[in-house]
Write a protein that binds this ligand. Structure first.
Ligand SMILES: Cc1cc2nc3c(=O)[nH]c(=O)nc-3n(C[C@H](O)[C@H](O)[C@H](O)COP(=O)(O)OP(=O)(O)OC[C@H]3O[C@@H](n4cnc5c(N)ncnc54)[C@H](O)[C@@H]3O)c2cc1C
Length: 463
């Protein structure tokens, strides 16, 4: 039997972070017709931060949040949860998309991280925050140049970074495939997203936010200067609506023209023993990404499990809950990648496997869509990089909805939208060919390289 077959024998297809009965829905289904100043749709990080920021700013404001399922059901209960300062999917991406606003975006990222941390302290949210930093690791000496560049741009912009050679990298994390790294040491690390999302829910409730779980938005209409939202069992007439539905794109049929739902998969191991921990090192407990096209990312939990992610999938029409994703098949390749990364952990079992919806745009970072004359704003599309950036998305989305005159609202990121993405069935076809090319490019080359370059020309930075 292969490592994957053995390791996955007793796996649970449930996100490790929310495999806890105390995190189930606790708030009532909306069963009335109500009115409110601000309605937030979606109970992930973006929705919860919006509700908290709105109440902190004006405690008298009525704030209602509706969530289709339970709080943390979407990406927020499922990520790798490596936390970064950037609000634009990292410095290199910020340079790619908004080179003229780089300094200001960097400043906003630092400010966001300070606000993120101080709220966690203020609301006493116990979410296993660890500030080990981030390691970008290379696999193969051909990645040296990329790592050198990554190191230089981070250093130039004042980040505390260290360039590690192969021995230095292995001294940090003992994997036979890692050949070099850049270690960004400050203001980044890892968090327990299940505990964070539920801590934010408690904070929102303590501020008087009215939350309704199992209450999906069914329709939204512009009605006499307000927005009328219907659900299965009640309705809401709101002055303003913030759509925090990220990859689900619920709220307006046009959202999907800029946002594609792709899924990414993760595994959690059983807690490692002291001997197993010794065999991998990882004393500084960084969040780790590699630089490959079909990349892997990994981090430790407080009880020393390894969370190992990175196997993208696309389902027709961006199905947010595909049944065929809850079988062993898609996870076998991910388990094999884990085994190649840490062959010394051959006897470790995988306890949980799951996937989560990523709201992908060609900006690779948050954007804002305006509906009904600005009364309804969509804030989302973090493209897999939103655990802390969602607080920024919430703050800017709320300011746009409230028509505030903040200087950052004049920046390009707040005013523009990412590129158009073709509809189905072209989207499905393009996604399938691209995922196959990404998967096999490193071994097989051929037509894959030009195809990947073509997709990159459309604005999606795959390599
Ligand atoms: C596998 C994976 C790994 C990731 N890893 C990282 C990482 O390491 N670091 C990082 O920074 N980011 C990571 N991310 C990204 C990060 O998790 C997201 O950017 C962030 O959680 C987005 O939060 P959100 O509130 O905008 O969206 P979500 O958490 O998806 O919330 C949207 C909510 O809207 C609800 N909803 C949908 N339709 C309706 C409706 N009709 N009515 C009412 N509610 C509705 C959904 O149920 C959901 O709860 C990862 C994401 C995934 C999926």
């Amino acid at each position: 039997m292969s490592f994957a077959d053995t390791a996955l024998t007793n796996v649970k297809f449930v996100p490790f972070w929310i495999d806890d009965a105390s995190l189930e829905a606790s708030e009532p289904v909306l069963a009335a017709d109500i009115q409110t100043d601000l309605l937030i749709v979606g109970g992930g990080f973006t929705g919860l931060w919006t509700s908290i920021l709105a109440k902190e700013e004006n405690p008298d404001r009525d704030v209602v949040l509706i969530e289709a399922n339970h709080i943390g059901h979407g990406a927020s209960g499922r990520p790798g949860a490596i936390v970064s300062t950037s609000v634009m999917h990292g410095l290199s991406n910020a340079i790619r998309v908004f080179p003229n606003d780089l300094e200001e975006l960097e400043r906003l990222g630092h400010e966001n991280m300070d606000g993120f941390m101080s709220a966690i302290e203020r609301y006493k949210i116990d979410c296993d925050f660890e500030f080990g930093g981030e390691l970008t690791v290379g696999i193969g000496s051909e990645t040296d140049e990329l790592l050198d560049e990554e190191f230089e741009i981070n250093r130039e912009h004042g980040h505390e970074v260290e360039r590690l050679d192969e021995a230095g990298t292995k001294a940090q994390v003992n994997s036979p495939i890692f050949t070099g790294a850049v270690w960004s040491k400050k203001r980044s690390g890892t968090v327990h997203p299940g505990k964070l999302v539920h801590g934010l829910k408690k904070a929102a409730l303590s501020l008087g936010v009215q939350i309704h779980e199992n209450t999906p938005l069914v329709s939204a209409d512009d009605l006499a200067g307000k927005v009328s939202v219907t659900t299965d069992s009640g309705s809401i007439l709101a002055n303003k609506v913030l759509l925090a539905t990220n990859a689900f794109a619920a709220g307006h049929k046009r959202i999907k023209s800029r946002v594609a739902l792709v899924r990414d998969r993760l595994l959690a191991t059983e807690p490692l023993t002291a001997a197993q921990m010794k065999s991998i090192g990882w004393a500084n407990r960084q969040g780790i990404y590699d630089t490959r096209t079909q990349m892997n990312y990994m981090r430790l939990t407080k009880d020393n499990r390894i969370i190992f992610g990175g196997r993208l999938g696309y389902f027709f029409a961006g199905d947010p809950d595909p049944a065929e994703d809850k079988t062993e098949m898609p996870y076998i390749r991910l388990a094999e990648a884990f085994h190649r990364t840490f062959p010394q952990l051959a006897d470790v079992k995988i306890s949980h496997a799951w996937s989560g919806p990523i709201g992908l745009t060609n900006r690779m970072a948050v954007h804002f869509q305006h509906y009904f004359g600005g009364k309804m704003i969509y804030a989302g599309g973090y493209s897999g990089f939103g655990v802390s950036a969602s607080r920024f998305g919430a703050r800017v989305g709320l300011a746009i909805a409230d028509d505030k005159q903040l200087p950052e609202l004049q920046l390009e990121f707040a005013k523009s939208e990412p590129g158009w993405i073709p509809p189905e069935p072209f989207r499905w076809f393009g996604a399938k060919v691209t995922l196959y090319a990404m998967d096999t490019m490193d071994e097989k080359g051929g037509w894959r390289q030009p195809w990947i370059r073509f997709v990159e020309k459309l604005g999606f930075p795959l390599t």
